[in-house]
Design a protein around this ligand. Structure first.
Ligand code: TXA
Ligand code: MG
Length: 316
């Protein structure tokens, strides 16, 4: 098992040696390595059993540092970075050659973001390189939102987990790219489409797995190990009569006497629901149930990102 602590100098030492360290961010925990060292980055793919066609996000301390690693920064990207960084927004931009091909799976672009977490920002400020970091979970499983989640699954692969407490947002960053001056959302996440279009006007999206530009967006992602069904819970219950069921409700309803019930937000607050989602999916995997029946969140704001993760959990 890994050592869990909040010693930045220990994390720094290991990263300088080309080792992996799990780091807290406001979205989910990341599995970090020196982004400029291909051997260190290879360890990430091995530990996660991640296919090499799925590119990693590079984490930087500031907009200034991001500029060292891209060849162009469109106006809309600057506006978004100025407004949302540090924060849950990844910008896909043309990469400089110092970023190794293994980080970007051979793409000519790199996903970059400046995370909003004090410990990790301090670490990034002290390091002479940026950090490549995917979510710190085995490939295809639910992302971790606590140090303990990381330790449960990847503890044997990592020496140190920098513990920054439970993640404040709880869903991964929103990924935005630019094509012919148009902004395109590749993955829904911690910043909503409405917030983005408030800053730069119209945005499009390309959210399907057939999209070659964001090859990691596989449909069956974020999946708990139990079979997962999304829809109207009363109807799903009829379909699964006789089975041991777990129920995931967005808010507290009339039926709070249900067994194996998890509620994402008692009063239906979308931010709270997002924060609790991944821990709930992990909890179901520990329960004595056969299937999980879940209802969608309202389709507004971060609710769309919650529903995106629920749909992916339901795809088999
Ligand atoms: O919130 C987050 O984004 C977290 C924290 C740790 O920062 N990271 C995260 O990384 O969710 P990961 O590896 O689980 O998802 C990264 C996804 C890839 O699967 C891919 O879809 C997209 O980012 N991506 C990365 N680089 C890209 C690129 N150059 N072009 C298009 N998509 C890219
Ligand atoms: Mg991931």
């Amino acid at each position: 098992m890994a050592i869990i602590g909040n010693d930045i100098s220990q994390a720094k030492k290991l990263l300088l040696e080309g080792e992996l360290v799990a780091i807290p961010t406001e979205t989910v925990y990341g599995l970090a390595a020196n982004a400029l060292n291909p051997e260190a980055v290879t360890k990430i793919f091995v530990a996660k059993e991640r296919p090499s066609f799925d590119p990693l996000i590079v984490h930087v301390a500031s907009i200034d540092q991001a500029q060292e690693f891209v060849t162009a920064l469109p106006d809309k990207a600057i506006q978004l970075a100025q407004h949302f960084w540090p924060g849950p927004l990844t910008l896909v931009l043309p990469k400089q050659s110092v970023i190794p091909d293994i980080v970007t799976s051979g793409l000519t672009t790199v996903g970059i973001r400046c995370p909003d977490h004090d410990l990790t920002r301090q670490l990034l400020n002290e390091l002479p390189f940026p950090l490549a970091a995917p979510s710190a979970n085995p490939f295809g499983y639910v992302s971790p939102t606590t140090a303990e989640h990381v330790n449960n699954q990847l503890g044997h692969q990592i020496k140190y987990i920098l513990d920054g407490g439970p993640c404040r947002i709880g869903l991964e960053s929103t990924i935005v790219g630019f094509e012919n001056d148009k902004a395109i959302i590749y993955r829904r996440g911690g910043i909503s489409e409405e917030e983005i279009s408030n800053i730069i006007g119209e945005v499009n999206h390309q959210l399907t797995s057939s999209n070659p530009v964001a090859p990691g967006q596989l449909d069956s992602h974020y999946a708990p190990r139990k079979r997962f069904f999304l829809g109207n819970i009363d109807e799903l219950k009829k379909d699964h009569a006789g089975k041991k069921i777990g129920i995931l409700r967005f808010k507290d309803g009339s039926s709070s006497l249900e067994e194996h019930l998890l509620v994402l937000s008692k009063y239906g607050d979308l931010e709270e629901a997002a924060r609790n989602l991944f821990a709930a999916l992990r909890q179901f995997d520990q329960m004595d149930i056969e299937v999980i029946l879940a209802e969608p969140a309202p389709e507004s704001g971060i609710g769309k990102a919650i529903n995106d993760r629920l749909k992916r959990a339901a795809t088999k």
